[in-house]
Design a protein around this ligand. Sequence first.
Ligand SMILES: Cc1cc2nc3c(=O)[nH]c(=O)nc-3n(C[C@H](O)[C@H](O)[C@H](O)COP(=O)(O)OP(=O)(O)OC[C@H]3O[C@@H](n4cnc5c(N)ncnc54)[C@H](O)[C@@H]3O)c2cc1C
Length: 578
Amino acid sequence: MTLRSVGELQADVVVVGAGGAGLRVAYEAAKSGAKTIIVTKGRIAVSGATAVGLASTAGFAVPDGAGDPLDNPDTHYKDIMTAAQGCADPRLVRILVDEAIEASEDLDRWKIDFIRDGETGKPLVAQGDFASRPRNRKIYHHGRPITVALKGEIERLGVQALEGTTVLSLLQDEKGVHGLLALGRGGGLVRITAGVTVLTTGGAGQLFRLSLMPSDITGDGYALGYRAGAALANMEFMQAGFGTIKPALNIVYTWFWGGLPPFVDKHGKPVLEGTLPAGASGDEAMLKKVEHYPFSASDASKWLEIATKNAMRDGRADSVGGFYLDLRNADPDRIPQKGFSQLWKVSKGWLQQKHMNIDAEPLRIGLFGHAINGGLVIDEHGQTLVDGLLSAGENAAGPYGADRLGGNMLLNCQVFGKRAGRRAAEIGRARTPSGGETLGQAAVEAVERRTRQGGSRPVSEAHRRIKEVMTEKVLVVRNEAGLKEAEADLVELDASLESGEFKVDSVKDVIAWHEAAHMIDVGRAMCAAALLRRETRGSHYREDAPARDDERWSRPITVRRERDGAPRAEPGYFGVQP
Ligand SMILES: Cc1cc2nc3c(=O)[nH]c(=O)nc-3n(C[C@H](O)[C@H](O)[C@H](O)COP(=O)(O)OP(=O)(O)OC[C@H]3O[C@@H](n4cnc5c(N)ncnc54)[C@H](O)[C@@H]3O)c2cc1C
């Protein structure tokens, strides 16, 4: 195949990704007077996790006391720091809570309709994962309304949007990053030079066999920043949780566990059997699970995911990796948490539209890879360690750690998207990209070389292998031997990719090849951090080191990429060295 000739574009600010964070960055940058381009693999307000249609509602944290008069930004701060267990950046957490109310006022201005209480007409406020107070407003259709509103705003401001365009690599020299090289669906390469490049590509859910993250979420931004020399932090703290597998993908709502439903394997045997230790209670695990969606080793709910992973290893899952959650006799009115019986009804109706009737048959559910609590290390304005390179949203680390409060990620995208957009405009207008035409030539040649390598293995096989390795050896239950094997498997696969064993003879293949290379980098960074963290904390569980070790590990781990591509994980710190 031949790729079409290189198109050239120039901007003050180029934003990679158009979810909640990317759109907010583009909006703020353009509003501040910067010539702004936004590039996304998919379509705006359709692709990315923010617009995903796999949850009926999304939580958006607002510590304004509407759910509890004792709530305020200080309580919110304390909740985040408690959940983070020593691994969050206190400066970024402070900003997040102090600017949350303003962020919700922006959403009000854009007429984002929060779900309202049937009787009072006020926004419904529910308690989110790991929170001590109800503070999450709920948005129907997840974060999609935010993306729709921001799409309108950026169009109004004249931001140039390149949809269906995948960023393959960054343009970089010794003075930093100066833009990017991207590939459009039609096969046209485009080189965009810019004073500032902002990475907002979200998480890396596609590293796992089952994920609620859409197919475009392959960790590209983590890898692009990491390859450019930026540090990653907290990559071992990736969330996992339950989702429905068939007939459709969907989140399993935490409130469903409050009905204490039977949860069995393909033989009808309780999933917890064989894992739940003597003296531990399955009911307690389920009631704790109501409090948070993602897996956390911090409380008794952990037995649900650990038992499920053990059952997967023992061949107790059905042909699609599924187990059965039977809600037919569950009574939502028994759930003590405020607002949950109303949410149960909303969720039930939502699942019915997807042909899942919880009153008629058990849900077929599995263990899914979810959002990442870590990412690129940034300062208060989204600046990474590399000149000309900023990041925001799920792609960046800092405002959370070992566990993350629900409703904080959509909030983070608005708060840090705004800050990064403003700073990007400031730097982007002043910084002249260097390198001229030669910059990026090597990247173009590298892409073209891959298309001439003539391999025979389909690139989809590489994706499949990454998901297999990460699901079997890194998802939820980890141990030293498994993590080392995963690292070795990924290194071997990387060598096969580089040596040209895979067939790259369509635009789709070129994109898939780069995604695979990026996922390998991200997977290796996760393994390196998880291997170094020889303890258990929050979303990171080591079955060979099941206790929390505060003396050594009440701090983040950072990962930098060595010249040969190997990850170098080190105990790190945010801001002030402990
Ligand atoms: C089912 C589900 C439920 C959730 N519930 C909540 C909740 O209730 N509250 C909450 O706060 N959070 C929730 N989250 C998490 C939250 O939705 C995400 O973390 C957040 O939306 C991420 O936003 P983002 O802008 O960082 O990235 P995304 O919205 O994922 O956008 C990433 C963008 O980058 C683009 N992209 C990726 N790679 C490239 C590339 N190489 N080139 C060009 N473009 C690229 C994508 O196409 C997309 O446009 C949930 C997530 C899921 C999946």
